[in-house]
Design a protein around this ligand. Sequence first.
Ligand code: MRU
Length: 367
Amino acid sequence: MKIDGTHYRSLWWNHDNNVLEIIDQRWLPHEFRVIPVVTMQDYADAIYEMRVRGAPLIGATAAYGMALAMAEDASDANMDAAWTFLEKTRPTAINLRWALDRCRVALRPLAEGDRAVAALALAHEIADEDVEINRRIGENGLAIIREIAAKKPAGEPVRLLTHCNAGWLATVDWGTATSPMYQAHDAGIALHVWVDETRPRNQGALTSWELGKHGVPHTYITDNAGGHLMQHGMVDMVITGTDRTTRQGDVCNKIGTYLKALAAHDNNVPFYVALPSPTIDWTVTDGVAEIPIEERNAREVTHVQGVLDGGGIGMVQVTPEGTPGGNPAFDVTPNRLVTGLITERGVCEASADGLAGLFPEFARAAE
Ligand SMILES: CSC[C@@H](O)[C@@H](O)C(=O)COP(=O)(O)O
């Protein structure tokens, strides 16, 4: 993704200082700040405090955290301690555990003296793979957008709706839900994107920032506007990301996704989910019953961050003093509400058969 002409990933390795650098997303869209991640505590804080966020980016960050742990002490005991320390930072996005498991499986058989170099190489590999997966999701999603565009009157844009930020900032590059948007825009297809604000943390502002930087026309809307827009024929397709998708295609994503899927179903609007394969949890069948939903600090609901009238970034309280806030951060959309899953290997039905058809080796291994 380019920011004012410079290409960025959401994280990168600083070879001069031998340290990971990240874009501190807490300050976006108002300030673009880059910070180093130096200690194990920095890694845990970066994930928990959402300096990095989005399922794929959390996974890649955790892999670099494991690399730091191996550079400090490459023993089995420290590997297990780092796994536990990082895994507990955020419970819902499966990419975190997926990345930590992949590191542990690859590193365990190695001699302790070889683990630090191998762990860093593996973190780079996971980051690079994420970029390629998302590029391919973009190609596969582009085909769907093309089909919709072909049926529209000349000059009318394809109107998409997205929830949260499943963008470049939530991955290492491209984004998942936004990758088809960027590729369609770059292919000359006229688009307009409705961007849900996504309370409580307003990740829609991140999506708006990204789309703006890429020149994709968009409008920031309240979370409650989508149903109305769909009733009035103003949405051609919904695309969201996912934090964990079950083997039968139930999709757990940012709170409010389920309501968008219900509205889409009621209005015959296709509802697609952009799904990188590391986000599939092959051990889970029923998403509503089995996926742990992160409950975050109520202050994220009772307060909102933004630019203050006098300048500077600050928090304002929106509730009466003492009102309790509730903050479940994700919800589950059952597969029956999902039109299709856009993966790096192609598009499939949101079902056990659909996923097993595209990823037979993982489905078999999970049996
Ligand atoms: C490609 S990102 C997919 C999801 O991780 C995204 O939609 C989302 O819900 C992010 O939640 P967040 O709490 O901001 O980490």
